[in-house]
Ligand binder design. Sequence first.
Ligand code: AMP
Length: 283
Amino acid sequence: MERVTTIAELRQLVGHARHAGQTVGFVPTMGALHAGHLSLIERAGSESDFVVVSIFVNPTQFGPGEDYERYPRPLEQDVELCRSAGAAAVFHPEASEVYGPEPQVSVVVQGELATLWEGASRPHHFHGVATVVAKLFNMIQPDRAFFGAKDFQQLSIIRALCRDLNFATEIVACPTLREEDGLAMSSRNAYLSSAERITALRLNHALTFTQELLAAGDLALPEILAELRDLLNNEPGLELDYATIADPETLRELTSLQKHMVILLAAKVGRTRLIDNLEVHLP
Ligand code: AMP
């Protein structure tokens, strides 16, 4: 496995692979890798010949007062995990390599998708995500790129980015990996104390409880939504940011049941902001 820090080296590596007739798969990450990330790398390996993983804590997707500085950066451990998961190359640039001294152009996410939910709570977040993903796609020009459904709205934005800016990369959605007790794996789980870790489990409980209410069909959707919000608002140690049941395409909140829905949640447990979601398919 190769590790590179410059765009020129990256282009050269990918160029060689392409010359040799290999297909290129790409997994963008911010590092502090866990089994969820590794499942993306393995999936990429099963669907492409040459897998590039980026490890880059992207400053432009963090707002003021968020955790950019303290985000965990166990680089050497991450590189070894990439190797063991079958990556062919790891790209771990400095921010100055990615953005240069004075960037003049970036990607604007202007549609409703970017103003709902995560977009409302973190106003510049998707602008930073879309810009860095567009830049990485231009550096690598992958055939396929692999993203987790854990970040459901991010996945919708990336699909819109590819559609609206005509990137040829195919976006592959991968399922959320969870700890045995149901907590969605996240690099930010490392911030949780053992008491907070127990509180954080309520998010997954709320998702499965809501899924059961939706499947039972005894209550109308606004009543189910009220139950979900009540449950999380009454949880000590948990500060709910949003909870909704939305259309998986538009992410607009639903007012009545439909066959395919997504429950989206964000909450703070102590200082740690966690998100989770669950897609629900009714027969
Ligand atoms: P991050 O390093 O948090 O930016 O995540 C990098 C990629 O890993 C994104 O596509 C995430 O959606 C994905 N990811 C994060 N957590 C999980 C998980 N628990 N299961 C599967 N994929 C995940």
